[in-house]
Design a protein around this ligand. Structure first.
Ligand SMILES: *Cc1c(COP(=O)(O)O)cnc(C)c1O
Length: 413
């Protein structure tokens, strides 16, 4: 028997200032989508925009569209729109490449600004690509640059006078724990180091003020809370004060001062565009551009506030309804210290998540034991959270997750 939706929860939806945005998304029926932190849902305007870009701009316009539709200016225009989500100036952000590639570009750029320092500090358990990209820079420089990865409580002590760069993820991809950008940036600067923030789980989910914190560099994803589509371009931020000196190691022709002069030698362009490398993927950029136009209609404060409330409600309902089944909260309980997703720990996390997905509630699993639930404020209702907790309770109570079919692993989790 399905319990009835409590009236306080329908009241939350009735007074939700973001409620109108749900209609702007294509959401399959019978699905509660709690994985927008990994791949945002499809805004209807994105499908329309990509269709126009394909048929009219590419199909009819052909190569003329680089100028006629300003395809060539799209990385900058998208970057300028992104800036308002992260507390940057429009000319400090550009949409380009993937988050991984942008990390590499900025790790090397930062290291060259601190030539007498050897270490890049980060925390163990950071998203793997952040760690791996530092290792790549270490390999390339034959150890001139070295990774110093420490446990989170040792972070501040690890930021010493030999550190060139501190690279941290603002909202942790598993736990959702949120670092204090202002405080850690201050700490790094006090030691003479630069700071690179990975905003993959922050942009479009929580309020970020890079310039307020005097951050040096940042990167982030376009396909998570920004709903740009699978593999949408990422972004990078370089504070204006570093524009003249910070250079990309990937010296592709679109970062050249005059790409269409076709010179034999590389000269970096002025401004943020020197961090471009090669020809941008216009279909992905167009999708992200349209999605940002939609998100810009919402107040970022409201988005962040609703994300906290959805997460708080989920934690409360899970603790009330699913007690005694071995679930443990793996996120900060205080929503002020948490991003927009909630992690639960369970030793059978994988099959439980598979059974839940089968029941129509899509979250994801992160090895070894984390069930992750993302709360995207633009298209989720409070009642969805309630229904998700109800479905989770049903999976646990019935033990349906013990069926062998829920143990099969696919290539992507
Ligand atoms: C999702 C995520 C990435 C993804 O990087 P890609 O290059 O887009 O695959 C990077 N860093 C963090 C912290 C992430 O959460």
């Amino acid at each position: 028997m399905t319990p009835e939706l409590p009236s306080d929860i329908s009241a939350l939806d009735a007074s939700d200032p973001l409620a109108r945005f749900r209609d702007e998304f294509h959401l399959p029926s019978g699905v509660i989508y709690l994985d927008g932190n990994s791949l945002g849902a499809l805004p209807k305007c994105v499908a329309a925009r990509i269709e126009t870009t394909v048929m009219r701009e590419w199909g009819d316009g052909l190569i003329r569209s680089w100028n006629a539709c300003d395809w060539i200016g799209l990385p900058q225009r998208v970057g300028a729109k992104l800036a308002s989500f992260i507390g940057a100036k429009p000319h400090e952000v550009i949409a380009a490449d993937s988050t991984s590639v942008n990390l590499f570009k900025l790790i090397v750029a930062a290291a060259r600004l601190r030539p007498d320092r050897r270490y890049v500090v980060t925390e163990l358990g950071n998203f793997p690509t952040d760690l791996y990209m530092i290792e790549g820079a270490q390999w390339l420089t034959e150890g001139r640059l070295c990774l110093r990865a420490c446990e989170t409580p040792q972070l501040e002590a690890a930021i010493r006078e030999d550190v060139a760069l501190v690279l941290l993820t603002h909202v942790h991809y598993k736990s959702g724990r949120m670092h204090d950008i202002t405080e850690l940036t201050r700490r790094a600067h006090a030691a003479g180091a630069l700071v690179l923030w990975d905003l993959s789980h922050s942009a479009g989910a929580v309020e970020v003020d890079l310039n307020g914190a005097r951050a040096d560099f940042a990167v982030g994803c376009g396909y998570k809370y920004l709903n740009g589509g699978p593999g949408a371009p990422a972004f990078l931020f370089v504070a204006e004060r570093h524009h003249a000196d910070a250079r990309s190691p990937l010296t592709g022709w679109l970062g050249h001062a005059e790409p269409f002069a076709f010179e034999d030698h590389y000269r970096p362009r002025e401004g943020i565009r020197r961090h471009l490398c090669g020809t941008p993927g216009i279909l992905g950029l167009a999708g992200l551009d349209a999605s940002l136009d939609l998100s810009l209609q919402a107040d970022m404060k409201e988005i962040a506030r609703k994300g906290r409330r959805l997460g708080d409600l989920f934690i409360r309902l899970v603790e009330e309804r699913c007690a005694g089944y071995g679930l443990e909260l793996a996120s900060p309980r205080d929503s002020a210290a948490r991003g927009s997703h909630v992690a639960l720990r369970h030793c059978a996390g994988f099959p439980i998540m598979q059974a839940l997905i089968h029941a129509g509630v899509i979250g994801d699993f992160r090895a070894p034991d984390i069930l992750r639930f993302g709360f995207a404020s633009l298209y989720l209702r409070y009642r969805d959270v309630w229904e998700a907790a109800t479905a989770l309770h049903r999976v646990l109570e019935s033990g349906s997750w013990r069926e062998p079919r829920y143990r099969a692993r696919a290539a992507t989790t």
